[in-house]
Design a protein around this ligand. Structure first.
Ligand code: GAR
Length: 221
């Protein structure tokens, strides 16, 4: 295989249902994503996300965090890093991964870990974001794809999508409408990352001048 055709390789970390992972897998199967999922890692042996990968012959491993605490221990993060490196991963995607990422992963994949979150950050970080949005009474909710840094849900924002809050919404209906937008936004953002270089100016992310759909990431600065 020529290096020129190297598709961006993703390592997806997921703790549960894995519908965002499924969106990436489907988009790749349908030729809508210039990146491929190389490996799926989970902290939970019962995560349905694992089967979604295995059904397609994609390696899916459980790495036991050996703690109930959200923050991963450095030695456990080393195991995640080894598995990601062995799979030749370029970018790491947190797709419903309910653990806190620490220095080991961040140093090994600097500005190369992204997360999808079901709110318009910086509003409503943490757990149960759609519930937080409803309880606060915002009229516009949404989702965010952002780079991961050491602070929870505070990394630079790559992309956002807005979702109106309807009078008849409860947590379930709002979360479901946000989730539809998450699937679209995550696929679009990863595809864009695969085809353009990003530049950071402070917290701001600027999306290079390369034309989507033409330039590959090995095309130079
Ligand atoms: C998604 O809504 C994702 O945004 C959220 O968990 C869900 C996972 O669904 N993540 C967070 O709240 C992270 N703070 P999925 O397993 O079906 O992709």
């Amino acid at each position: 295989m020529e290096n020129e055709t190297h598709a961006l390789r993703l390592g997806v970390l997921a703790s549960g249902r894995g519908s965002n992972l499924e969106a990436l897998l489907e988009a790749h199967d349908q030729g809508r994503l210039a990146a491929q999922v190389a490996i799926v890692l989970s902290d939970r042996p019962d995560a349905p996300a694992l089967d979604r990968a295995r059904r397609r012959g994609i390696p899916a491993l459980v790495i036991d965090p050996e703690t109930t605490r959200a923050r991963l221990k450095p030695e456990i993060e080393e195991r995640y890093v080894s598995a990601l490196r062995e799979a030749g991963v370029d970018w790491v995607v947190l797709a419903g991964f309910f653990r806190i990422i620490g220095a080991v992963l961040l140093e090994n994949f600097p500005d190369q870990i992204l997360n999808i979150h079901p709110s318009l950050l910086p509003s409503f970080p943490g757990l149960h974001a759609p519930r937080q949005a409803l309880e606060y009474g915002v009229r516009i909710a949404g989702c965010t794809v952002h780079l991961v840094n050491a602070e929870i849900d505070q990394g630079s924002i790559l992309a956002q999508a807005a979702v109106p809050v309807l009078d008849r919404d409860d947590e379930e209906t709002l979360a479901a409408r946000i989730l539809e937008q998450e699937h679209r936004l995550l696929v679009e953002t990863v595809d864009r990352l695969a085809q353009a270089r990003i530049r950071r100016e402070g917290r701001r992310v600027l999306w290079g001048e390369t034309s989507p759909g033409i330039t590959r990431p090995n095309g130079g600065d």
